[in-house]
Write a protein that binds this ligand. Structure first.
Ligand code: SF4
Length: 290
């Protein structure tokens, strides 16, 4: 490990100093999912030089070490790479004979990593909607028509990317009902030019079957995933899925029970929540709860 530990998160510093103090010659990250991989990247970025292996109960499919194989390695520090299953994983490691002092489960680190994984942001390209749901969380049923402007979006999104950049798990275009915006395709193309990660268009789906082929080509060419929020309306969702399949576009029909818990921030005019700032283009940010 490098001696000059770079300035970094206290949880990472703790792990690095623990490795140094106890002369761990090998690091085993227990959990080969997104969390484990981000722990690996964060430790490497912070200067960790020791060899690292991934350990997972699903070792056959993932091509990594099994817990029982890993338990035979002496002098290793086991870093738990799951917030959800940390208790079970600690218990399993101990049952396999790993000394408790060689297991690191830092909840501060896991929380930080989870937040990085699930940092998402959505941009509302219209405020109004073609449905009138009584329980609309965005109060779209009361919104006057507003169409976001491409140049303004470009500036806002560029600023946001400069701040959160690599931490963004996915980016979304939404509304109101985003398909009401005549330039929805242009927003999607620009989003893809600016951001290479996952891009999601969230719609109530009412207009999908009427969208021109240009829209579907845009979604296909720019790897846009569509999420349809399903409501109790007379829509043949199976036909919509067929249409998306025909155009080779990923689509998911989402019922209300899948809903995430959202928090709202505005990145345009002095912060505040969506409900306090209905007239400005809004970016909605979330820590999606698993
Ligand atoms: S479809 Fe969605 S955005 Fe439109 S009114 Fe209903 S809940 Fe609000």
């Amino acid at each position: 490990m490098k001696d000059n530990v770079r300035e970094t998160h206290p949880a990472i510093e703790n792990i690095l100093s623990r490795i140094k103090t106890n002369s761990h010659s090998r690091i085993l990250i227990f959990g080969n999912g997104c969390v484990g991989k981000l722990i690996y990247k964060t430790l490497r970025d912070a200067g960790l030089n020791e060899p690292v292996s991934f350990v997972d109960n699903n070792y056959q499919n993932l091509g990594v070490m099994s817990p029982s194989e890993a338990s035979g390695i002496s002098g290793a520090l086991w870093i738990i790479g799951s917030e959800q299953f940390n208790d079970e994983m600690i218990r399993q490691a101990i049952q396999l004979g790993v000394d408790e002092s060689d297991i690191c489960c830092d909840l501060q680190l896991l929380t930080m990593i989870q937040r990085r994984i699930y940092l998402t942001v959505e941009y509302e390209i219209v405020d109004h909607c073609n449905l009138n749901c009584a329980g609309c969380l965005n109060f779209c049923q009361h919104a006057k028509p507003r169409f976001a402007v491409l140049d303004e979006f470009k500036l806002t999104f560029a600023r946001y990317l400069r701040i959160v950049g690599e931490q963004l798990a996915w980016f979304g275009i939404m509304g109101g009902e985003p398909l009401l915006h005549p330039q929805v395709s242009e927003f999607l193309i620009l989003s893809r030019e600016m951001y290479q990660g996952k891009i999601i268009l969230t719609t109530n789906g009412l207009l999908l079957q009427k969208m021109p082929s240009k829209f579907w080509k845009t979604c296909h060419n720019n790897r846009i995933d569509i999420i349809v929020s399903a409501y109790p309306v007379h829509l043949k969702y199976s036909k919509i899925v067929e249409l998306a399949d025909f155009h080779n576009v990923n689509i998911e029909i989402k019922s209300k029970s899948d809903a995430h818990a959202w928090s709202y921030i505005s990145l345009t005019r002095g912060g505040g929540g969506a409900m306090q700032n209905r007239t400005s283009p809004l970016v909605r940010s979330s820590l999606a709860q698993k």
